[in-house]
Design a protein around this ligand. Structure first.
Ligand code: FMN
Length: 271
């Protein structure tokens, strides 16, 4: 009488402790797991992208003082108009759709960005986008606060954030950072709301029209002539603070939003 085991397939008839069977089981398991992980990652990508856009909108609402827990982000964001600016002229780039414009991608793409000569690369960015979004809060009396994306190298990392300006194009309404890898308790104090509040009311441009705003070492003397252009330093984190000063200098200057903000100041607000 034939042994029942003789009908088993070749694989099943291998002893469980054989090296070959162990290798085959491990390989098949790895393949199945990698397919599941890859499919999940690909499937979740659109959701991750949507969440990243929502997080960005929430940050913009926060710096504009418009975050309202009783409303959805999209509802609150409906008060904000996105415009894409040609940075060299400061004019609106009418042929670019703000809905589909990807600023991060445009900042690296050779067609929509250019290398910054080392001498001028004060914010340590290597490349400069030719176009950038500005976010304009629509008030009852028309366009109001302007929110600008800013970035610059600190001590360990590129810091990404938003700087909000009042309609006059020079008075700071707020600052926020949504990505950095500075040291908690030192450079990462740029995320401390108490420090961010110190920025409110400060002026970006001096009487000569040049960027004058900077983070100083120590505490600002409120009686100093240029106190309105100075922000308190971060104790033990002067290098990160210098990075923030350079970031402001770069993005508010001629290579960044300088031409756009000049137009805003000349025209007495965003038109
Ligand atoms: C582990 C470690 C992490 C640090 N992280 C930061 C940082 O994130 N930002 C920063 O400006 N300085 C950081 N520093 C301190 C700098 O090396 C430097 O001493 C400091 O920026 C000088 O600032 P101060 O003149 O206000 O003391 C760090 C130092 C150490 C040892």
């Amino acid at each position: 009488m034939p042994d029942a085991g003789s009908n088993k397939g070749w694989f099943a008839s291998l002893p469980n402790d054989s090296v070959l069977k162990t290798v085959i089981v491990a390989t098949v398991l790895c393949l199945i797991c990698s397919v599941v992980v890859s499919a999940t990652a690909v499937g979740l990508r659109p959701l991750q992208q949507r969440n990243a856009i929502l997080a960005m909108k929430q940050e913009i609402l926060r710096v504009a003082g418009l975050d309202d827990p009783s409303r959805t982000v999209e509802e609150s964001f409906s008060r904000i108009e996105t415009r894409i600016i040609d940075l060299s002229t400061g004019q609106i780039a009418a042929d670019i759709d703000p809905e589909t414009f990807d600023f991060q991608k445009a900042s690296r793409d050779p067609e929509t960005s250019e290398a910054i000569p080392a001498r001028q690369d004060i914010a340590g960015l290597s490349r400069r986008p030719l176009y950038a979004p500005v976010y304009v809060v629509q008030g009852d009396a028309g366009p109001g606060m302007i929110i600008l994306p800013v970035s610059g190298y600190g001590l360990w990392s590129t810091m990404y954030g938003f700087l909000a300006l009042e309609t006059d194009g020079t008075t700071v309404a707020g600052i926020t950072f949504y990505q950095d890898a500075e040291t908690p308790g030192l450079g990462a104090e740029i995320n401390n709301p108490r420090w961010q509040r110190v920025w409110e009311g400060k002026k970006v441009y001096g009487p000569d029209g040049q960027v004058a705003l900077r983070v100083v070492k120590g505490t600002v003397n409120p009686r100093a002539a240029d106190a309105e252009y100075q922000v308190d330093g971060l104790s033990g984190a002067t290098l990160t603070a210098n990075g923030v000063s350079h970031m402001v200098d770069f993005w508010m200057g001629a290579q960044g939003f300088g031409p756009f903000l000049q137009r805003v100041r000349d025209e007495g607000g965003v038109t």
